[in-house]
Design a protein around this ligand. Sequence first.
Ligand SMILES: Cc1cc2nc3c(=O)[nH]c(=O)nc-3n(C[C@H](O)[C@H](O)[C@H](O)COP(=O)(O)OP(=O)(O)OC[C@H]3O[C@@H](n4cnc5c(N)ncnc54)[C@H](O)[C@@H]3O)c2cc1C
Length: 374
Amino acid sequence: MVSKTKLVIVGAGPAGLGVGILLKKLGFDAFKIVEREEIGASFLRWPKEMKLITPSFTGQGFGALDLNAIAPNTSPAYSMHREHLTGEEYKEYLELLVAHFDLPIQENWEVNNVRKEGKQFYVEGESGTIEANAVIWASGEYAFAKKDAFPGANLALHNSEVRSWTELPKDHHYVIGGFESAMDAAIQLVRCGSDVTVLMTDELSELGQADPSLRLSPYTSERLEWAMNTGRVKLQPNSRVTKLEWKGRKRWRIHLIGDRLIESLSQPVLANGFHSGARQISSLFEWQTNGKPLLTKEADESTLTKNLFLTGANVQHENAVFCFIYKFRQRFAVIVRQLFERWGLPIDNEVLSDYRDNQMLMEDLSCCEVLCEC
Ligand SMILES: Cc1cc2nc3c(=O)[nH]c(=O)nc-3n(C[C@H](O)[C@H](O)[C@H](O)COP(=O)(O)OP(=O)(O)OC[C@H]3O[C@@H](n4cnc5c(N)ncnc54)[C@H](O)[C@@H]3O)c2cc1C
C-alpha cells in the first residue's frame, strides 16, 4: 500500500522530533514521522545508570535555552526537575513534547529502503511505502556500534549493549576507548566494585580545548576524579588495540600496538563510538573520509540526492561537528527554511529566529573548529 505526503522524517529521537515541532510551529502539517521502535527509543537503551553529560537548567525566561531542549520555551530541567537526566527521563520529556505539539508519528514503522524515482521519494518498510517530495533522515547512530574497528572487536561487549553496569561480574575489567563513554564505563564499573584499566590511544586531552566535544565534560571530569581517588582505575595511554581473541573458558587476549599482549579474565568493554545511521541508505550520500555523509552547508542536504536532508548528531561539516543536542538543534531551521523556499511557502522569520541562539553556527561554519568523539 502506498500512501502520500509531502515530507517524511525518519526517526523519532530529539532530531526528528525537533524538526517536526518547528514545522508544526510554522503551521505545516503535510508530513509524517516514522519510527522503527518508539519515541526516544535510543534513550531507553542507555545503561540504566547513564545520564546526559550536558546539564539541564531552566533559563528560558532570561533568553537562555536549556542545553538539552529541542524546542524554544521547553526545558527538560523544568519538566523533569533534574540537572542530568537519565535516558528514561529524557524520553519522558520527548513524549511530553510529542503530546503537546500533536506530532504525526507512526511507531513500529521501520524504513528498510529509500528510493528516488524522478523527483519523488519512496520510503519503504514492512508496514508499507510512503511517497514523498522530500525526506529528512534522523536515524541517529545508537544502533550502529563500531564493532568492526579491529579484528575481533565483535567479541567485546559494546557499552551500548549494557543494560545496567550492575549486571557485569565484579572483576578486573579492560575498557577500550578513551573518551566520554569509556570514562563513564570506568566510573560505573568502579561504583559496582570492580577494578578497571582503560586502554586509550592517546592521553586525555585537557588543556587548551574549549569545546566539550574535545575535552571531557565537567560532569565526567568530576566523577572521574572520584573514581581515580579510589585507586581502582588506571588510564593506560599509547595502548591502541589491534586485535581481540577469545581463548575459551572466560579468557580474552587483547593485542596492543608494539606487539604487547594482555590476558583478560573478563569480556573487554568496547566504548569506541558509533557509525553513522545514514549508512542504512548509504548509496544516497557521498561520504567523507571520516565516515560522515557529505552535506551541503546551506541546507544539510545530500550532495548526491536533492531533497534528502540529514539532521542530528551525524551532521558534520569539515571540522564543525554537531554531535550534541544544543549544537544540532541550530540546524533545524536551516533545513526547514530551504524546504519552505523551494515549496514557495511563507516563512515566519520570528519563529525561525527563536532557533538562532548562535547565529554564527547557522551562517558561518568556519567559526567552529571542533572535532569530536561523542
Ligand atoms: C552514549 C551517548 C551519550 C550521549 N550523551 C549526550 C549528552 O549528554 N548530551 C547531548 O546533547 N547528546 C548526547 N549524545 C548524543 C546523542 O546521540 C544525541 O544527542 C541524540 O540522541 C541524537 O538524537 P537523534 O535524534 O539524532 O538520534 P536518536 O536519539 O538515536 O534517534 C534516532 C531514532 O531513529 C530511529 N531509527 C533509526 N533507524 C531507523 C529506521 N531505519 N527506520 C525508522 N526509525 C529509525 C531510532 O529507533 C531512534 O529512535 C549522546 C550519545 C551517546 C551515544
